[in-house]
Design a protein around this ligand. Structure first.
Ligand code: NAP
Ligand code: MN
Length: 268
């Protein structure tokens, strides 16, 4: 075997993750792999030990790498994580024999513009647009420059298919099979009165659609943008433009692994 093969191991700080990382490292070294102490861009694989949160943070902190990634679940739910800690040897056997496939997912990108400049945010699960200081948020939402909604409520989520089982699902959004590459706009506590009327269900648009959001500032001019749980506050946003990014994240899946089996195992 080529002894220059490098694997990045990233782990959360629980004792369980630490011990799992130690065992994994020993096994990989005995198989001839090199384990880098820091994140190596030349690695052939990233193994993330933790839960979904660690998985998401690993991708965010390393600038959405194109290296395949697989997770070992020492967290709570583990929707992203493919392997249980007691299956490490089984996984390594499958990895070495190439008994796996790569699922490609695209994060959603939000271009957040104020009068002066624009900043980009990326969400693997979703980007949430929320009001600040618990005030009602008013947003004009357009798809391909057609105004579809004047939304009033707590905010909206722009969720990927991969993220459809996360926050999106908790607020009544649809679970989307990730083979369907789409973006879902899901309202957070939409108001439906004679004063304000807006959609109460999700709206699903295709992968090449652009969703534009223009805030109307009735009270506060600050808006909270949350990308996969990472919160940022912006003042005076004039427009946010969402679309599917070209970034390709490569999730390693074991052959036979299936979205619906996982959904049933984790939810029902
Ligand atoms: P967290 O508060 O620990 O996450 C909440 C739960 O969502 C955890 O059980 C997490 O799994 C799970 N999760 C994450 N991605 C998922 C996915 N694609 N499908 C199904 N479940 C998923 O925060 P976190 O671990 O840093 O994760 C960030 C994500 O939390 C955000 O992207 C957002 O989707 C979600 N979130 C949900 C709510 C809500 O449901 N009300 C509120 C805020 C944020 P683990 O236990 O394995 O970490
Ligand atoms: Mn978590």
């Amino acid at each position: 075997m080529d002894t220059s093969r490098i694997i990045n191991i990233v782990y959360s700080d629980s004792n369980f993750s630490l011990n799992t990382a130690k065992y994994l490292k020993e096994r990989l070294i005995s198989l001839g792999y090199k384990i880098s102490d820091t994140f190596d861009q030349n690695a052939e694989l990233i193994i993330c030990i933790g839960g979904d949160g660690s998985f998401l943070r690993t991708l965010h902190h390393n600038n959405f790498p194109s290296i395949p990634i697989v997770g070992i679940n020492t967290g709570h739910l583990g929707f992203f994580t493919e392997i249980n800690p007691n299956e490490i040897d089984y996984f390594l056997e499958k990895y070495i024999t190439g008994d796996y496939y790569i699922e490609i997912i695209n994060p959603v990108i939000g271009e957040i513009c104020t009068r002066n400049d624009c900043i980009e945010a990326l969400g693997i699960n979703e980007i949430a647009v929320k009001g600040d200081k618990s005030r009602t948020l008013h947003l004009d939402i357009s798809v391909e420059d057609h105004l579809i909604q004047r939304f009033s409520g707590d905010g909206i989520l722009i969720s990927t298919s991969t993220g459809s089982t996360a926050y999106n699902y908790s607020v009544g959004g649809a679970i989307v099979d990730p083979r369907l590459n789409a973006l879902q706009v899901t309202p957070l506590a939409p108001i439906n009165t004679n004063a304000y009327r807006c959609f109460t269900s999700s709206v699903i648009v295709p992968s090449d659609a652009t969703i534009k959001v223009h805030p109307e500032y009735h009270f506060e001019d600050s808006i909270v943008i949350v990308s996969d749980g990472l919160e940022h506050r912006y003042f005076g946003i004039s427009e946010i433009s969402f679309r599917m990014s070209d970034i390709k994240l490569k999730l390693l899946k074991l052959k036979g692994s299936n979205f619906w089996t996982k959904a049933i195992e984790k939810f029902l």
